[in-house]
Design a protein around this ligand. Structure first.
Ligand code: WTA
Length: 653
């Protein structure tokens, strides 16, 4: 067999020939997967060519998971520009094809169809505006925008001039925004007057003004007009609409090294404040493009919709970079699934003839609760594939998604991955025999390993359970924590030496298929959003009346996990419903609405060991209303606190 035989899928058919044979068949997968892990250099040397290089790479993989020397480089001597790959290289063949369909919050407002040619002009204008503000190669730009086309322009404009973007989800509070602006020492923050979402408006500009009170004086603010609503204007503000109208529509792309950072994205971990995950240019783009094409079976002319927000990694890889690198038509949706009614997703699918639809289990559960009549009102006959991401999907939601939305004819790809991984790690492909609730099999080049949690020994064979690690690097892997390489090593490579530790538990069933069992650390997953319990705790204890707090997750029907906070008040403070409300509002303003505790329990004391360590295992059990199996409490300094906590538990049944 030649190299090409080994690495290429065999069956390629086109939509015109009738029902599509999957891009990668079961046989292709087995053969290509083997080849990808046997000889990653050869496999990725070929895949690396899916993007355009200014100077082609000669080195493919140079990676080390060795303690003390965590060093990850892919295609390191190649140079490229990510925005040229996402735009310029498509202009000749598909300049008039729609690159982005923008669907606004209100269905009454018209959608925008932005062609690759127009995308090019808008991105060049934005790039020139940023240059005019003094932004250059390596500078950081924070993006705090609604889901509007300018968010994509801003990302690609940064990529074009070699600046590093860091998007902050528009639902985050001024404090969270300020911490991130300072964390990466940004030169400019790009925001909008207001963010319409679900019929409500978040005052982004005024949030940014508040955030900037705690930032360096020379941070500049570029303001996009979205609603035209009133804002206050300061010396550091610049009017994007005025500046871009005068800006040139030409801006030549900067030549970047494959390992130059493309973006920083802050994400929650089990300890401390969120960390800045760094992704670089070459490997990330190759991986985002390949996973987008292969996992979603994307073909030329398809309309692809990922419902995420660009504030999360899913939006980076599967709204912007992956689809645009592939010359796709990608949808950017400003709204929410239930506004103006629970049929909105399906109305948008029908309106734009969506072929691949990618969303989170929490949305599926919420829409399932609203009833199937909302789905049946709309023509979903163009749907060919469904995807799920962000948390394990329960079989009930999977079956509903399959039957009611997919009419039993669309494969569901349950994609397991993380901010840190850049793209899919475990996922069935459309040709895979599916198991509801399982992420099933590794993507090409990914080497999952199951370890015994305490001893760290590798567990071989099937029908086993343990913690999920990766035995080798893949091109989309994060390279470092911004400004703190030691934290990178400590977080991901120190518990299990020689492996990347995902933080998730998993089971490998009798057939060798993988099932994610959830986080094994103090990270919880609320509506598909990652939240560090430590972050919520530190927000709570920052309140003057709170002495101590412990936060855990508990099962929640729609959100997957809810936030359960145990709060010990300062001496002399009395618990009350008013104080409970006050603390909820406090956390909203400290972090953002997604961090608001669902349940707050007043705890006169927390269960601690004699050395003062909080026994979270016990708190989790009580929050789960499962206190019959608390295990050994004899090591507690004061076992009686447990009885009080059980007696006054907030989640009953
Ligand atoms: C969880 C989102 C089960 C997991 C792309 C992971 C999943 C965390 C799945 C990363 C899935 C994501 N099945 N669990 N298909 N996808 N997770 O960084 O716990 O926001 O560690 O990235 O979400 O969340 P993050």
């Amino acid at each position: 067999m030649t190299t090409e035989d080994l690495l290429d899928p065999k069956v390629v058919s086109s939509a015109a020939e009738g029902p599509l044979a999957p891009l990668v068949s079961v046989e292709d997968y087995t053969r290509m997967y083997e080849a990808s892990v046997q000889d990653p250099h050869r496999f990725w040397a070929k895949e690396g060519k899916r993007i355009d290089w200014i100077t082609p790479f000669t080195k493919v993989k140079n990676t080390s998971f060795e303690p003390g020397n965590i060093d990850i480089r892919w295609f390191e001597d190649g140079t490229l520009n990510v925005s040229a790959n996402c735009i310029d290289r498509h202009l000749e063949a598909r300049g008039d094809q729609t690159a982005i369909i923008w669907e606004p919050d209100s269905p009454e407002d018209p959608a925008l169809h932005i062609t690759y040619r127009n995308l090019h002009r808008s991105v060049c204008r934005m790039a020139n505006v940023l240059k005019g503000l003094g932004v250059g190669k390596g500078d950081r730009v924070v993006i705090y925008l609604p889901m509007i086309p300018e968010a994509a322009y801003a990302m690609l404009a940064c990529a074009r001039i070699g600046a590093i973007h860091s998007i902050v989800f528009a639902g985050f509070s001024p404090d969270a925004l300020g911490a991130r602006i300072n964390g990466c020492d940004a030169k400019v923050v790009i925001t909008a007057d207001y963010a319409p979402r679900g019929g409500r408006k978040t005052p982004l500009k005024s949030n940014t003004d508040t955030a900037l009170l705690h930032c360096k004086d020379d941070v500049q603010c570029l303001v996009v007009k979205r609603t035209g609503g009133q804002t206050t204007w300061t010396d550091r503000d610049h009017d994007y609409n005025a500046l871009s109208a005068d800006a040139s529509v030409d801006c030549s792309p900067e030549e970047m090294s494959a390992e130059d950072p493309l973006f920083i994205l802050y994400t929650s971990g089990s300890t401390g404040q969120p960390k800045g995950v760094v992704h670089t240019s070459g490997g990330y783009l190759v991986y985002a493009a390949m996973t987008h094409e292969v996992t979603f079976d994307y073909r030329d002319g398809d309309v692809f919709w990922c419902t995420a927000d660009v504030g999360w990694v899913t939006g980076h890889s599967y709204i912007v970079y992956g689809p645009l690198a592939n010359g796709a038509t990608t949808i950017m949706f400003e709204g929410v699934p239930t506004y103006p009614d629970a049929g909105r997703f399906w109305q948008v699918c029908a309106k734009h003839k969506v072929n691949q639809f990618y969303t989170a289990p929490t949305a599926i559960r919420a829409l399932m609760g609203a009833g199937k009549e909302w789905v049946e009102k709309h023509d979903l006959s163009d749907l060919r594939l469904l995807g799920s991401v962000g948390e394990p999907i329960n079989p009930e939601a999977w079956n509903w998604y399959n039957e009611v939305v997919g009419k039993g004819k669309c494969p569901i790809v349950d994609t397991f991955w993380q901010t840190e991984t850049g793209g899919h790690m475990l996922t069935p492909l459309p040709s895979t025999k599916l198991k509801p609730g399982a992420a099933q099999q590794p993507f090409f080049g990914v080497r999952p390993v199951v370890l015994e949690p305490t001893s760290g020994e590798v567990i071989e064979g099937n029908g086993v359970e343990g913690v999920l690690c990766m035995g080798d690097s893949w091109p989309g892997q994060m390279r470092t924590v911004w400004g703190d390489h030691a934290r990178f090593e400590k977080t991901y490579f120190s518990d299990y030496k020689g492996y990347y530790f995902s933080g998730d538990g998993c089971r490998r069933d009798e057939d060798g298929d993988y099932w994610i069992t959830g986080r094994v650390d103090d990270v919880i997953n609320v509506s598909g959003h990652r939240m560090g319990t430590a972050e919520v705790e530190s927000a709570l204890v920052a309140h003057a009346k709170v002495a101590e707090s412990a936060v855990v997750g508990y099962p929640h029907d729609v959100k997957g996990q809810g936030i359960y906070a145990y709060v010990t008040l300062m001496n002399g403070e009395e618990p009350s419903d008013a104080l409970r409300k006050e603390l909820e509002t406090w956390v909203r303003t400290e972090i953002g609405p997604i961090a608001k505790p669902d349940l707050i329990q007043w705890a006169p004391g927390l269960p601690k060991t004699r050395s003062g360590k909080i026994m979270r295992r016990i708190l989790r059990k009580i929050a789960e209303d499962d206190f019959g199996s608390l295990g050994d409490t004899s090591t507690l300094a004061d076992p009686s606190v447990v009885d009080d906590l059980i007696e006054n538990r907030m989640n009953r049944g």
